[in-house]
Design a binder for this molecule. Structure first.
Ligand code: SAM
Length: 256
């Protein structure tokens, strides 16, 4: 069960760490009140809660980048509250974050974007394809890769699919000026890959095994699957393009 939560729903474990920390701090405050007359301030209690939540998160096996999130969550809430912003502001900020990070929870694929050098090298690599090649960006984010390819290859037919509502809207608007480019509100799992000459994705380690199974079922022989940085466990790429950027990104290519 813990393993399942760790690998598929780490946010639930982070919530559990916060609840355990809350219980720990409540017990500590109770004990302090019974044993002595030291009363911690609200800030001290919030910082204690943060430290405990980070420790519980680590103990539950959350990855290292959850540490600062767990540590800062309650102190951050307190800092925001002490500015006395209207309550609707928090709701609005939450809704905007939700509409952007729609796929973080279920698909475990957050939004981060292919860099300029990545887009450039991808574009150069596609130069060998027929002028009217068909390309899809699975989870196209803000549509930056599509827009670049639309400019570089006016005869190509480019598609992006995206299911984070606000991200989709921005990508759709961005690609509107390009006649050879479309963005659809559709899950990548619903997209038929058999029509494409090249399939591009920049997702996360989580969906790669399932994506490979889908590619093998649907993609035609001789077509190209390109993953920005994320490997397919146990399937060596036929080609690797090192990008030498700060993220140590690589384009991994599989020839179906
Ligand atoms: C890391 S971003 C990459 C964005 C873009 N491809 C790029 O390279 O700049 C991954 C995107 O995939 C989207 N995504 C995740 N799961 C998806 C799904 N099942 N269907 C469609 N889009 C999805 C996310 O919302 C996010 O915008």
């Amino acid at each position: 069960m813990l393993e399942l939560l760790r690998s598929r729903y780490p946010a639930v474990l982070a919530l559990l760490a916060q609840v355990l920390a809350l219980a720990g701090v409540a017990l500590l405050l109770f004990a302090l009140a019974r044993l002595g007359d030291w009363r911690p301030t609200l800030w001290q209690a919030a910082l204690g809660q943060g430290v405990l939540a980070a420790a519980f998160g680590h103990w539950l096996g959350l990855r290292r980048w959850w540490l600062p999130l767990n540590l800062a969550f309650v102190p951050g809430l307190l800092a925001l509250q002490s500015r006395e912003w209207p309550a609707w502001w928090f709701l609005a900020a939450f809704v905007v974050l939700l509409l952007i990070n729609w796929n973080s929870f279920r698909e475990r694929v957050p939004l981060y974007l292919s860099g300029a050098r990545t887009r450039q090298r991808l574009s150069e690599r596609l130069a060998g394809l027929p002028a009217d090649f068909r390309f899809v960006d699975l989870g196209c984010g803000l549509g930056g890769t599509l827009a670049q390819l639309a400019r570089d290859y006016p005869a190509a037919r480019l598609m992006g699919v995206e299911t984070a509502p606000l991200v989709f809207l921005l990508a759709w608007l961005r690609c509107l000026p390009y006649r050879n480019c479309q963005v659809r509100y559709r899950s990548l799992w619903q997209e038929d890959l058999s029509v494409y000459d090249a399939v591009y994705c920049f997702l996360s380690p989580a969906p790669m095994v399932e994506l490979w199974a889908k590619a093998r079922r649907e993609m035609r022989p001789g077509t190209l699957l390109v993953s920005n940085s994320f490997e397919i466990p146990g399937v060596a790429p036929g080609e690797i393009i090192e990008l030498n950027d700060w993220r140590s990104s690589r384009l991994l290519l599989w020839h179906l």
